[in-house]
Design a protein around this ligand. Structure first.
Ligand code: MG
Length: 156
């Protein structure tokens, strides 16, 4: 059995669509990134890759490669989930946290689970939690959003 940890953060920027956990969320800003900036998907990918001992998403989808510009992160996640299967592992459990002051994430968690199950992460093996940073730091000032995830991999 293997475990992995993932973390991601992105800065809010006006004029971008906010996408978290594969769900488009109405808000005045989106997340600045080479891809769609989906912090939850990025944290989950890094957790899976960490458990595989395969580095991080920068290795697989470098932001210097125009191929990944404006990439849809759920598509990238599907690739990493498939990789785990090809390496002989089943994803046993993912626990995750989305950390932001605004907008509220809790109303969208079920939709996020639907979006993640569509790329091979069954609802039964995903936990998504949402919290604020109690007005502290960059998240607290509303400058950006962060996410953390852990992944348990089981040998098939
Ligand atoms: Mg990222």
């Amino acid at each position: 059995m293997r475990i992995g940890i993932g973390y991601d953060s992105h800065r809010f920027q006006e004029g971008k669509t906010l996408v978290v956990g594969g769900v488009h969320i109405p808000y005045e800003m989106g997340l600045l990134a080479h891809s769609d900036g989906d912090v939850l998907c990025h944290a989950i990918m890094d957790a899976i890759l960490g458990a595989l001992g395969e580095g991080d998403i920068g290795k697989f989808f470098p932001d210097t490669d125009s191929q990944w510009k404006n990439a849809v992160s759920t598509d990238l996640l599907r690739t990493i989930v498939t990789l785990a299967g090809n390496r002989g592992f089943t994803i046993g459990w993912i626990d995750s946290i989305i950390i932001t002051e605004q907008p509220k994430m809790a109303p969208y968690i079920e939709q996020m689970k639907d979006a993640l199950s569509a790329v091979g992460l069954a609802r039964e093996i995903i936990s998504i939690k949402a919290k604020t940073n109690e007005k502290m730091g960059f998240v607290g000032r509303g400058e950006g959003m962060a996410s953390q995830a852990v992944c348990l991999l089981l040998p098939r």
